[in-house]
Ligand binder design. Structure first.
Ligand code: NAD
Length: 257
């Protein structure tokens, strides 16, 4: 029970990495606030947690809206008394996000509003709650694309994740003496609904696969386990990190044949 007596709020917990993390955090004893814009799938995550004997509630939240995020944090404290873990995981990858030459302003704004401003809101309203609890752990989801470029561009997504990385580092330093840790979780490509459309195309799939040393994409539970480590007291001296969980993509020049 690595998260016994802890309360965790996870955004984007209706799917993929967020849902796997919600299930795992609950198994480890946390009470989980499942936050997502998708009410049906969010309620399913809560049911799955309850089915495994855990405690959870769903709060409908659009992370790009400050008032929604403020209300979700307030609900977490009102329901469970305190907040210890804030996992700002919600994110989008729009199919019309491509080269800087072609990407429309609306796609840029939408992506930055969810992926970067959503994390800003989470920290802005979540940090005071963590301080009231005597400290806590913030996990902000960036990506390996925050630290390397690709000739298969997704300019708004990449820029948003670079922003998450820098924002997280600064928060990690500012609040370090108030018992708050903040780390940027940087997954490599993960087989989740976010990438379904892209990975369904054999050519686009192979174009990426060749760069991944183990020769496969990550599974959501492998990322959730890293999030669990960052959430738990086992990572007590891990702060401000670019926490890569990428199968070695960022270490590779030439991968095995
Ligand atoms: P996913 O699509 O399976 O889940 C994302 C969840 O976020 C969904 O439940 C969706 O409803 C929710 N969401 C979308 N917009 C929202 C909003 N405005 N407010 C609240 N919730 C919203 O995706 P995933 O792969 O689990 O991605 C989770 C995070 O991991 C994202 O930040 C993503 O960018 C990041 N990431 C994913 C990969 C990957 O390859 N899948 C790689 C690196 C980083």
């Amino acid at each position: 029970m690595r998260l016994d007596h802890k309360v965790a709020l996870i955004t984007g917990a209706a799917s993929g990495i967020g849902r796997e993390s919600a299930l795992l955090f609950a198994k480890e004893g946390a009470k989980v606030v499942v936050s997502d814009v998708n009410e049906v799938a969010g309620a399913e995550t809560v049911q799955q947690i309850q089915a495994q004997g855990g405690e959870a509630i769903f709060v409908r939240t659009d992370v790009s809206k400050g008032a929604d995020v403020e209300a979700a944090i307030a609900t977490a404290e009102a329901t469970y008394g305190h907040l210890n873990i804030l996992f700002n995981n919600a994110g989008i990858f729009h199919p019309a996000d491509g080269s800087v030459l072609e990407t429309e302003e609306a796609i840029w704004d939408l992506t930055l509003n969810v992926n970067l401003k959503g994390v800003f809101w989470g920290c802005k309203y979540g940090i005071p709650a963590l301080l009231r609890a005597g400290g806590g752990s913030i996990i902000n989801t960036a990506s390996f694309v925050a630290v390397m470029g690709a000739a298969t561009p997704q300019i708004a997504y990449t820029a948003s994740k670079g922003g998450v990385l820098s924002l997280t580092r600064e928060i990690a330093v500012e609040f370090a003496r108030q018992r708050i840790r903040a780390n940027a979780l940087c997954p490599g490509p993960v087989q989740t609904p976010l990438l379904d459309e892209l990975l369904a195309d054999p050519a686009r799939r192979q174009r990426r696969l060749v760069h991944i040393p183990p020769g496969r994409f990550a599974q959501a539970d492998e990322i959730a386990k890293a999030a669990l480590f960052l959430a738990s007291d086992e990572s007590a001296f891990v702060n401000g990190s670019t926490f890569l969980v990428d199968g070695g993509i960022t270490a590779a020049y030439v991968t095995p044949e």
